[in-house]
Design a protein around this ligand. Structure first.
Ligand code: UGA
Length: 448
């Protein structure tokens, strides 16, 4: 199949490279000439494990191309994917569809022969109808079918998620398009993921519902973590205790500093707006949004309390700036809120992240950027582990302790165990776990 991928950002680039790897012929299009030139030179615009090798291999194999020219790519394609951004509209949280709408109009003018146009971007209910209307208005003779095929990949595990999906969701209302989409995903049939054919609106809403549900699980376990702290219970054991119930499931029950990233914050907010627009509010999701905002805002207070109630003039080392490991993405990262709040409270911040430093320099002011995790500890009065990068999971504790002026360690991801940190001489603070707890979770048992 010949595929044109419109938008070479996160979803477009990963999907395009994976489709090429399936054997399809793919052109990834982007308006950003600099990005296309960099891709042509083999330089990835994002850090994603395995992406560079996958792109290089498929470019070499002649199946993957990059271009700024939408017209020829669309004219030659059997399937055109719209994978442009849908950021939160400034001020109101609605998804901003201007890029999707502009792409639809441009694609319509370039279509030749029967073409399936697929929205992969996360878009509000009814966007497929809108895309179809724009295309029919721009080019009444175009022979098109508009499909919704939301993406469920996670940053940091995107290629694995694309190649081994739990399901492929297809909002299709046209038989020819159903056959084409089946063919596009046929190479995955060895792994036998269910191809779920639903109507277009259901596909669009399912994407938001999925992200909102996962965000709700995280907000829930974070509230349980607070309750554990008050009651002397252990949130990791609690998560395991409920997660083993197959009706609940064990994933997305890690307590932490609140969810961030380019998806959950934007999509939960957009779902709230969709509920309002359709006169069917979603108060549970509204509460999740508020709960997560409170969570992120509460992290500085935790650090300040751990450091004796006042951080004015104190030096704090931060480990991890990205919203999760294995990405260079800082969007909505809890680390940003934490650092700004600590600075407001008068602290001096040193920070290190394995991949996020370049982006961080443009987003944070007054921070000293360290060159590794130990440099971040140099002379500080306390360390905070914010993102659970592998590099931070097996720190040389004696070395770290030796570099710090004061041995306070706040672990916002529960990477370490109370006993080992205290044995290493740290005043250790984690999330939702009682002090000195020795027994417990499988993870800790396995580590022991
Ligand atoms: C999320 C979804 O997981 C994907 O399925 C979806 O395709 C994607 O959004 C999207 O809509 O594009 P992503 O934002 O890349 O993926 O990252 P997640 O792994 O879901 O993590 C999101 C946030 O939740 C991170 O800040 C992470 O630290 C936090 N989190 C996650 C927790 O605090 N606890 C957990 O147990 C899991």
């Amino acid at each position: 199949m010949r595929i044109a991928m419109i938008g070479s950002g996160y979803v477009g680039l990963v999907s395009g490279a994976c489709f090429a790897d399936f054997g399809h012929e793919v052109v990834c299009v982007d308006q950003d000439g600099g990005r296309i030139a960099a891709l042509d030179a083999g330089k990835m615009p994002i850090f994603e494990p395995g992406l560079e090798a996958l792109v290089t291999e498929n470019v070499k194999g002649g199946r993957l191309h990059f271009s700024t020219a939408l017209k020829p790519a669309v004219a030659a394609a059997d399937v055109v994917f719209i994978a442009v951004g849908t950021p939160s509209r400034r001020g109101d949280g609605h998804a901003d569809l201007s890029f999707v709408e502009a792409a639809a109009a441009e694609i319509a003018g370039a279509i030749s022969g029967f073409t399936v146009v697929v929205t992969k971007s996360t878009v509000p209910v009814g966007t497929g109808d809108k895309v179809e209307a724009i295309m029919r208005q721009t080019n009444p003779n175009a022979d098109i079918a508009v499909v919704s095929n939301p993406e469920f990949l996670r940053e940091g595990a995107a290629i694995e998620d694309f190649k081994r999906p739990d399901r492929i969701l297809l909002g299709v209302e046209d038989e020819r398009a159903q056959a084409v989409m089946t063919e596009i995903y046929r190479p995955l049939s060895l792994n036998a993921p269910p191809l779920l054919f639903v109507d277009r609106r259901t596909a669009e809403l399912t994407k938001y519902a999925g992200n909102a549900f996962l965000a709700m699980k995280i907000a829930f376990i974070n509230e349980m973590a607070d309750l554990c702290e008050k009651t002397g219970a252990n949130v990791q054991d609690l998560a395991r205790g409920i997660g083993l119930d197959g009706r609940i499931g064990s994933k997305f029950l890690n307590a932490g500093p609140g969810y961030g990233g380019s998806c959950f914050p934007k999509d939960t907010l957009a779902l709230v707006r969709i509920g309002e627009d359709f006169g069917s509010p979603v108060p549970l999701v509204e509460t999740v949004v508020a709960s997560n905002a409170r969570r992120k805002a509460g992290m500085a207070g935790r650090v300040i309390a751990a450091m004796g109630g006042d951080v004015s003039g104190k030096r704090i080392g931060i480990l991890g700036l990205t919203f999760k490991p294995n990405t260079d993405d800082l969007r909505e990262s809890p680390a940003l809120t934490l650092i700004e709040d600590l600075q407001t409270a008068g602290a001096w911040v040193r920070a290190y992240d394995p991949e996020g430093m370049e982006a961080a320099r443009g987003m944070l002011e007054g921070v000293v950027f360290a060159h590794d995790e130990y440099d971040a500890a140099e002379g500080v009065d306390g360390m905070v582990l914010v993102t659970e990068w592998n590099a931070f999971r097996s720190l040389d504790l004696a070395r770290l302790r030796g570099l710090m002026a004061k041995p306070v360690f706040v672990d916002l991801r529960n990477v370490y165990r109370d006993k080992e940190m205290e044995a290493a001489g740290f005043a250790y603070f984690s999330i939702g776990r009682p002090k000195g707890s020795g027994k417990g979770t499988e993870r800790r048992a396995a580590a022991e």
